[in-house]
Ligand binder design. Sequence first.
Ligand code: SAH
Length: 308
Amino acid sequence: MLDLSKALREKLNSAFTLFSAEVVAHQVASDLTEKLLLKMPGGDTVECVLMREPDRRTICISTQVGCAMGCVFCASGMLGLKRNLQREEILEQILRLDRLLDADERLTNIVVMGIGEPLQNLPVLLPVLDEVTDPKGLGLSPRRITISTVGLPAKIRELAAVGKPYNLAVSLHAPTDELRDELVPVNDKIGVYAILEATDEYFETSGRRVTFEYVLLGGLNDQPEHAHQLATLLKSRNAHVNLIPMNRVETLDFDEPSASRTAEFVSILEERGVAATVRKRKGADIDAACGQLRLKDAAIDGPTLDVV
Ligand code: SAH
């Protein structure tokens, strides 16, 4: 703001801060995915990611410090839930990532798929998204924002009642309660059927096709019978399946699916009329998968990571 005097600029600078967190790690992958580890004043850390594709710039943001859901293959929940993030802590992730873009780049999409269960922090998340979608804010269309949940039916209905066309992604990961109870422990109090009832309502209210995320864990939920069971659940629904090959987490004993199993899974779904895609891996040479950077930081108690 060079139209202000230097003295005033210095005064403003010393009296106000725009950001309160410290960037303790900034990793850049060979595919130009960038990841930030932010440390808040109280010492809590949170991760956020910028992903570049030819026609989009997507950021992935966190909503909680840790996570209470305890999905057995996920790094984010390994230390449990510490607390919900506050409005300014979520906004700071968005604004800091936006500033990583070059002058000729523009933020096109937001996925709320970082650390935490977003629907457990709706009273904070919704006003943040209001600011993001406000023409006086970032002016992003709600259609370009995706909220990913473990599948909390009451909260899905609450989100539907907001009446904005946000995309909903539900982390199903298993076609039966028996298997889902093992992989997503909170399922024993919810159940696949209750989730599908809520997502049907979300689709009716919002008109947005729901995405079902399905992490493929080698030898566990990636067999042809699982694809058939999943197709039976979804074939009459206007749904889309996003298959996510397991991202290795050092201390966890789960394997990636083989390429042939993954291809077979996709083709069974497609043959049975269910749209399916395999999530592209971004930032494979940095710790870009959920919660991995924060976990490392906690384990070594300080950032000795490669800082770019
Ligand atoms: N709490 C939200 C956001 C979680 S992160 C939810 O449950 O949807 C976004 C997605 O990544 C979820 O589908 C999550 O289950 C999945 N995920 C977590 N750990 C993973 C891993 N190690 N490999 C692949 N996908 C993983």
